[in-house]
Write a protein that binds this ligand. Structure first.
Ligand SMILES: Nc1ncnc2c1ncn2[C@@H]1O[C@H](COP(=O)(O)OP(=O)(O)O)[C@@H](O)[C@H]1O
Ligand SMILES: [Mg+2]
Length: 271
C-alpha cells in the first residue's frame, strides 16, 4: 500500500446554529464523518450542491480550520495544531486556490512580489529568474511587475496558481477555482491545472458544485450531501453507473454537456 498524500478519517465539523442559546438547538453538522484518501498525483473531485459542506471539508483538508472530530494525515503524518511552528512548516505542502483570486491577492503588491514573499517565508530560493519562470509557466510571462487591478480574472487566477506552485506543494485544494470565471477562461484554467499536474505530479482536491467541470478533471469523484460522502468511485464509473440516488439526480440535472466541460474536452488550447 502506498501512503496517501492526504488521509481524512472520520472528519467532522459542527457549527453552532444561530439563534437564542436557550433554545438548545442541535449543532449544524457541516461535515459529518468523512473518510477520504487522496493519492499522490491524483485528482479527487468533491461535488455536491451548495451548503453540502464542500468548502468546510476543503478548509479542514488544507489545515486552515480544525475539525471537531476525526484525524487528518499528510503522507502518514498527523496534522500539527493550527498555529504551531510544525503547522507552519507543513503548510507549504498543501496549498489552496479559492474562487475569488482578487481576494486572495494583495492589491498593493506586484504579482512577482506576491510569489516571491511566500517562497522566502518558507526558506526557498526565490531569485528573480525563478519567479519569472514560474510566471511564464502559468502563462504570465513578463507580467510580474503588474498589480492585481491590471490583470483579468483569468490572469489573476493564474497568478494565484503560480504562487501556490512556487512552494512545490504535494497537494492543492481547489475550491470552486474556476466558478467565477467566464466559460472560455474556465477551460483554459482547467487545462493549465491538468498540464501542471502532469508536469509536477501534485494531487488536487478539486471542489466544485459543477459536476460538468469536476467530471473532466477528476480521476475519482466523491459526491457530498449534507456533510457526508454518499458515493465515491472512479469518475467514469460514477457517471456511467451511479450507485446513489442523489448522484443520479445530480447527473440528470446536468445540461447535455455543460459549456465548460465541452470546451475543456474539445478545445485543448495552449493554456
Ligand atoms: N464558519 C461557519 N459558521 C457557521 N456555519 C457555517 C460556517 N461555515 C459553513 N457553515 C455552514 O455549514 C454548511 C456547509 O457550508 P459549506 O462548507 O460552505 O458548503 P458548500 O461549500 O458545499 O456550499 C452550510 O450550512 C453553512 O451555512
Ligand atoms: Mg463552497
Amino acid at each position: 500500500m502506498t501512503i496517501a498524500a492526504l488521509e481524512l478519517r472520520g472528519v467532522s465539523r459542527h457549527y453552532r446554529r444561530k439563534g437564542a442559546w436557550f433554545l438548545k438547538t442541535k449543532p449544524l453538522r457541516a461535515v459529518d464523518g468523512v473518510d477520504i484518501e487522496l493519492q499522490a498525483g491524483e485528482t479527487l473531485g468533491i461535488v455536491g450542491e451548495s451548503g453540502s459542506g464542500k468548502s468546510t471539508l476543503g478548509r479542514i483538508a488544507a489545515g486552515i480550520e480544525a475539525p471537531s472530530g476525526g484525524s487528518i494525515a499528510f503522507r502518514g503524518a498527523p496534522y500539527a495544531d493550527i498555529g504551531s511552528s510544525a503547522w507552519r512548516r507543513q503548510r507549504r505542502n498543501v496549498q489552496v486556490v479559492f474562487q475569488n483570486p482578487s481576494q486572495a491577492l494583495d492589491p498593493r503588491l506586484s504579482i512577482a512580489t506576491q510569489i516571491h514573499g511566500p517562497m522566502v517565508a518558507h526558506g526557498l530560493d526565490a531569485g528573480d529568474d525563478i519567479v519569472a519562470a514560474m510566471l511564464a509557466r502559468v502563462g504570465l510571462a513578463g507580467l510580474g511587475t503588474r498589480f492585481p487591478h491590471q490583470l483579468s480574472g483569468g490572469q489573476l487566477q493564474r497568478a494565484v496558481i503560480a504562487r501556490a506552485l512556487a512552494l512545490s506543494p504535494d497537494v492543492i485544494v481547489c475550491d470552486e477555482a474556476v466558478s467565477a470565471l467566464d466559460v472560455s477562461v474556465q477551460a483554459q484554467i482547467l487545462n493549465l491545472l491538468q498540464d501542471l499536474q502532469a508536469e509536477f505530479g501534485m494531487a488536487y482536491l478539486f471542489i466544485s458544485h459543477d459536476l460538468g467541470v469536476v467530471r473532466h478533471v477528476s480521476h475519482r469523484i466523491a459526491v457530498m450531501r449534507h456533510g457526508r460522502i454518499v458515493e465515491t468511485g472512479p469518475a467514469a464509473r460514477v457517471f456511467s453507473q451511479p450507485q446513489d440516488s442523489y448522484t443520479r439526480s445530480l447527473i440528470a440535472a446536468l445540461p447535455a454537456a455543460s459549456p465548460a466541460a465541452r470546451r475543456a474536452r474539445d478545445a485543448h488550447q495552449p493554456a
